[in-house]
Every structure is written in C-alpha cells, then in structure tokens.
Ligand binder design. Sequence first.
Ligand code: CP
Length: 307
Amino acid sequence: HRHLLAIEGLEPPYIADLLDLAENYALLNRQGKTQRDLLKGRTLINLFFEDSTRTRTSFELAGKRLGADIVNMSVSTSSVNKGETLLDTASTLNAMHTDLLVVRHGQSGAPALLAQKVDAAVINAGDGTHEHPTQALLDALTIRRRKGSLEGLTVAICGDVLHSRVARSNIHLLLAMNSRVRVVGPPTLIPSEVAQLGVEVHHGMKTGLADADVVMMLRLQKERMTSGLVPSSREFFRFYGLDAEKLAYAKPDAIVMHPGPMNRGVEIDSAIADDPVRSVIGEQVEMGVAVRMAVLDVLARNQRRNT
Ligand code: CP
C-alpha cells in the first residue's frame, strides 16, 4: 500500500506484519535505541487541522527516531486562515517534495482526497467520524501484548460510537483479526450501520461488558453534537461511565482502554483510569510511538520500491 488511509480493506497479514514490526520498535524504544539512518533525507510534514496531543507528538517522535526531517505545520497560523483551500495547501506542500504527509482533518475523506493530489505517502491521523487507523493499530498492539493474541477475544467498545473514528477503525481491525466486537451505548449514540459490520449491539453495560476481555471506553464528543441533543455528563456517567461496579461485569482480568483525551467522571471514573493493574492507557500511548515508527518505515520502504 502506498498510503495509510483506513483500516477497512487492509489484509489481515498486512496488519499482522505492521504489528510485528511495531513490537520490535517498542522493544528498541524501551532499550533507548534509535534507527536514525532509516528515514535520513526524508521529509515528514504533520498537517493537523484539528487539535491533537498524542497523535501529532508521537508522529513527530517516531519520525525523529527514524532520522526524518520533521515540519509541524501550524494550521492556525498558516495561509489556510486567508482562505487557501485544502487542495491548494496540499499542492504547495507537494512542490516542496514532501515524502510523508500526516493529515488530521474534520472532514471524513479529506486525507483520501489529498492522496490523489500529492506524491507523498499520506497517513490519515483522524478524519471526521470516518477512521483513525494508527489508533486502531496501537490499540491492537496493546491488546496483543497483554492478551497474547487478538483471536477469539471479546472486546466491548463503549460510549459515543456515533462520533468515533477510533471505534470505526477498531471495529474493522478487530473483526479482521477474528476478535468478537460489541458496541455498547445509548441508542442515540450507536449508528445503525455498525450492526451491519458484524458487531453485537448492547444498550446496557451489564450485558455489554459480560465476560469481556477488553473494555474500551470512548470520549463523549460533545463538540460534534448539535446542542439540545447533548447528554448531561452526570446522567451519562450514571448509565455508561466505567466505574468499579460496571467493570465487575467483565472478566476479572479484563483490561481497560481509552484512546484519550479522557473526560474523567463522564465516560470513566478516575480510580479506574488510574488503576495500575487494569488500566493500559499509558501503554497505549507508548505503543503509539512504536506503531507510527512501523507505519513510517513500511510506507517509506514502499516509496523506495516504487522510485
Ligand atoms: N487518541 C488521539 O487521537 O489523541 P489526540 O487527539 O490527542 O491525538
């Protein structure tokens, strides 16, 4: 593959190879070893039209650890503010001979559109409510490290599934790797089309979490909701917030995940988020760097092959 635009459509062996490579990078990162020759002379531009802490920083670290030249384009101070279109911005960056373009955008499909217009390998860092492929890869790597395999696991993805690109990418990846996937949330926050993907739909945490191996909580994305339809945080927490009582429905060794940023006291209780045994949220962030190193490595290698 020339780009990484979505998990949907990726072959399971391609996903498994990316995870294996990321596992190696995770080991090297823990040993403090870098591979600064791998992307020497390559240019990576981070182009984020939406806010980010984890994804942007970890792509920057990943690129630096592999020796790439990195430019973090600040969209808020760019000529986008003067009315320059997405495609004109892309053509400008293309003329600078960018090799890798990491794009986050509020519109679903924006990275795919850019991929048709630029020579660079485009990596989707989250587009609207569509996909966030590197998040699903880092989640899969975290699960695999904790549980040994993805096959046969029951994974409950809980909360605001409707607005979640993380949920969509995870559903595609986990089903491709033969996990059982449940989505859990109020009917207003579960889109009807997810049931057709082959997931179980639950509207209560008791049945949704029953015997789950993995409990993945999602952020309530109030900024994507029209006012009037925004649930109250207190009420949401009462029915869908993960606390010790609800986590007890899952397997005793179930792990707790959250892609971040978290709203403590809304979708997850602080005591659970900070539980040193059950919560793997810190490990997810750590695996984010390793997964992004693997993705940059593979796409740069594919580019070399094609030139
Ligand atoms: N999980 C995630 O995408 O976090 P950021 O928005 O901070 O990048």
